[in-house]
Design a protein around this ligand. Structure first.
Ligand SMILES: Cc1ncc(COP(=O)(O)O)c(C=O)c1O
Length: 389
């Protein structure tokens, strides 16, 4: 191995943009790894991580057995849109045509990328929630579009369809329900109103199965201009297996499948076989999902209790997903989250990572054990009290 004392090697090991001989493409100007990744990089073994965006779910024996069996099926490419046998299961589960209205993707994220690449270009405007999941504006920029935001306001974070500024240039609007980072759910009237506004509607429903009092209404079936994304990452703790889907009308699907072909060829066939096994056992799946919701109900209660008692703020209980978006009495929440990570060993995500209207808030993920949730929010409270002294 080359000696690390060689300055040339060192220079290459950590290149800055000036060092790199090959110029980075213009489309990546101003785009860097997300604040979520930057905060998570501050984690140490002693940190309580409430910054995480994935569920703390462990597969049970049935799911492990399904995975073992999935590993014995073919390892060859599937059709680009996904194995027809899986699409049939997805079609049954969601009431759509497996041949023309489903595309299986390498996670919801890849599905979003494929949709943006298929439909969005220079001169288009894309309307995204603020605060909202940070991929949406980045994917719009990568596709050459101009980003416009619509405001979600505390304390309810309700989406008011009358406040949406949809113009002739608006190519696509993104709706995320339940929401990351807000935990808010978009009501049925708002979904109907948005579907009727004429532009393409992209509904990110990756948290659809994680709800507390009532299942969130879906955008599915509300118009020919509607695309719905879902996946197994959050509901089944399969974030690393990269399995998602896009559901939409026959007219919209071909360009999506074309874009998806050049991004991923097909989703992992192992993950597809596992997803098919899950959909093929609806009674196990139902029971699994009920357990998942029960676990998150307990964790939500622990988080809300600690937020009220340690941080002394009341927030509207999130209706879905596993995030609490909590106001903190400081403006520079990026600096606050960084010093909280280094000085108090608690990771939370500054709200501004999700858009400028997120400033003044932090996202606490309660995808952690009850002990970790209590300890993390208690440390945060102590740190805040120390700051205000
Ligand atoms: C709102 C939202 N959409 C999409 C994704 C991506 O999920 P997947 O693992 O299915 O790509 C995430 C992941 O955090 C998310 O929070």
């Amino acid at each position: 191995m080359a000696s690390p004392s060689n300055p040339e090697i060192l220079r290459r090991a950590s290149p800055t943009q000036d060092d790199v001989a090959v110029k980075i493409a213009k489309r990546l100007d101003g785009i860097e790894l997300s604040l979520i990744r930057q905060i998570n990089a501050l984690a140490t073994p002693l940190s309580v991580n409430l910054g995480i965006g994935e569920p703390n779910l462990e597969p049970d024996e049935t799911l492990r057995e399904m995975a073992r069996r999935a590993a014995t099926t073919s390892w060859r490419y599937s059709p680009n849109a996904g194995a027809l046998s899986l699409r049939k299961r997805v079609g049954e589960a969601f009431g759509v045509d497996p041949k023309s209205e489903v595309c299986i993707t390498a996670g919801t994220e890849e599905g979003l990328y494929a949709i943006f690449q298929a439909f969005v270009g220079e001169g288009d405007e894309v309307l995204v929630p603020d605060p909202g999941f940070l991929s949406y504006p980045t994917l719009a920029r990568l596709a050459g579009a101009t980003v416009r935001t619509y405001a979600l306001e505390p304390p309810s974070w309700r989406l008011d369809p009358d406040a949406l500024h949809i113009t002739k240039k608006t190519k696509l609007i993104v709706v995320n329900s339940p929401s990351n980072p807000l935990g808010a759910v978009v009501d049925e009237d708002a979904l109907n109103a948005i579907a009727q506004r004429g532009c393409l509607v992209v509904a990110d429903e990756v948290y659809r199965e994680i709800w507390y009092d009532a299942p969130p209404p879906s955008m599915l079936g509300r118009g020919e201009n509607v695309l719905v994304l879902g996946g197994m990452s959050k509901s089944h703790g399969m974030t690393g297996l990269r399995l998602g889907w896009i559901l939409g009308s026959q007219a919209l699907m071909p360009p999506i499948v074309t874009a998806h072909q050049y991004i991923a060829t097909c989703a992992s066939v192992f993950s597809q076989a596992l997803a098919e096994a899950v959909f093929s056992d609806p009674s196990w799946n139902q029971q699994w999902l009920e357990q998942v919701r029960a676990q998150f109900r307990t964790q939500r209660a622990a988080a809300l209790y600690a937020v009220a008692h340690e941080l002394e703020v009341e927030i509207a209980p999130p209706a879905g997903a596993f995030y609490a978006f909590v106001p903190v009495p400081f403006c520079g929440t990026v600096d606050f989250a960084k010093s909280l990570a280094t000085d108090a060993a608690v990771l939370v995500i500054p709200g501004v990572a999700f858009g400028k209207r997120g400033e003044g808030f932090v996202r606490i993920s309660y995808s952690a054990s009850i002990e970790q949730i209590g300890a993390g929010i208690e440390r945060m409270g102590r740190y805040l009290r120390g700051m205000s002294r």
